[in-house]
Design a protein around this ligand. Structure first.
Ligand code: SF4
Length: 357
């Protein structure tokens, strides 16, 4: 039997899991995902992490702890722990991403084998392929399988990105690219929904406003951490658009006219997506589906880069008179308080639309 490799459902998971799952499986390994975040996951992360750490790091550590428990029950053999430095050749991941393998190694005394690779596209050509070759050696797979597995993984990642651009959520896309669930790419709905689901969806208020919900993918797609924010907005009759719905090269091209590259990868993506959406009103050539009535910025308490991104977005929104709601999440954020703020924001927007109409 191939190596059973645990992958934490946190941080880079929402962007790159389809690539790694396909690559590992093509080399004969079995991939075990740590599953959705729960209260237990977060509590385990909080117990093992310094209190100053941001909530996504606490969630990550909690997922690693749940995988360690599975290793103790002999359900997995190793944990995949890449060191993400630079994937695009341009921006760098937050320092906490860079230090993840060290953080995990020094947080737990008894650990399974960590499969660790450094991903830095700036230093050497073909950095990703080289990292894949290191993994192949760790798995003991023959060299002849490397290129095929690599190309297959790249294709799966491309399909994942295509689905995200069509409005499919990362979790639905991950299920779909694993061959488990088919998704309707144009609506982003899981094709296998029940009649009750469909009726509930049809009975919702018709969307009258469209909001850009911006934030790191590991905040806005982790339903436990964000208190089900996207579903709540949809239930309030809001059409939601996220940074993942637009191809990055389009965002880069348009937003780079107004804002310099930010140093950190995900911060750069969020700030530029915000500028892209905000500047649509001034540019008639942009697609109608990307025009928005306001922005909600989901931030993590204790995140340094977010403090800057939030200010940039707030100033730009104010300059263009676009409603802007910052929502900061941490492990203590209460559902009732967050929902009240969302409802008040959406009510205000609906009234504004009615007055304008
Ligand atoms: S970018 Fe912010 S939220 Fe993400 S890991 Fe770094 S500090 Fe935490």
């Amino acid at each position: 039997m191939g190596l059973r490799v645990g992958i934490p459902r946190a941080l880079w998971y929402y962007s790159y899991y389809p690539f790694w799952r396909t690559f590992f499986e093509s080399l004969g390994a079995k991939v075990v995902d740590s599953g959705p975040t729960s209260r237990d996951t977060l509590n385990m992360g909080v117990d093992e992490t310094v209190s100053e750490a941001c909530v996504p790091i606490k969630v990550f550590v909690g997922h690693v702890k749940s995988l360690i428990k599975r290793w103790e029950k002999r359900e997995i053999d190793a944990i995949f722990m890449p060191r993400y430095v630079n994937w695009s050749g341009r921006t760098v991941y937050c320092p906490k991403f860079l230090g993840l393998p060290d953080m995990i190694r020094y947080s737990f005394s008894d650990l399974p084998k960590l499969i660790e690779v450094r991903l830095d596209a700036r230093r050497r050509p073909l950095a990703l392929l080289r990292a894949c070759n290191t993994i192949r050696k760790e798995l003991g797979a023959p060299r002849r399988l490397l290129l095929g597995a690599y190309v297959k993984a790249l294709r799966t990642l491309h399909r994942h990105n295509e689905l995200l651009r069509q409005g499919v959520s990362p979790l639905d896309s991950i299920a779909s690219t694993a061959g488990g669930t088919s998704v309707n790419a144009t609506s982003g709905k899981v094709a296998g929904e029940t009649r009750e689901d469909r009726e509930a969806r049809d009975n919702r208020e018709t969307p009258v406003i469209r909001l850009a919900v911006l934030g790191y993918p590991y905040l806005i797609y982790d339903r436990y951490v964000n208190l089900g924010l996207l579903d709540k907005l949809k239930n309030l009759g809001v059409e939601v658009i996220t940074a993942e719905c637009v191809w990055p090269h389009l965002v880069q091209k348009e937003a780079s006219k107004f804002i310099k590259n930010l140093f950190w990868t995900y911060s750069d993506m969020v700030a530029k997506a915000g500028y892209y959406f905000l500047d649509l009103d001034a540019n008639e050539a942009k697609p109608e589906a990307h025009r928005i009535d306001g922005i909600i910025h989901i931030t993590a308490f204790g995140c340094g880069p977010d403090a800057m991104v939030d200010k940039l977005l707030e100033l730009k929104a104010r300059q263009l008179s676009k409603p802007f709601l910052p929502l900061t999440l941490d492990e203590h954020t209460g559902e009732a308080g967050a929902l009240t703020r969302l409802e008040a924001f959406v009510d205000m927007l609906k009234r504004r639309c009615m007055t304008a109409g």
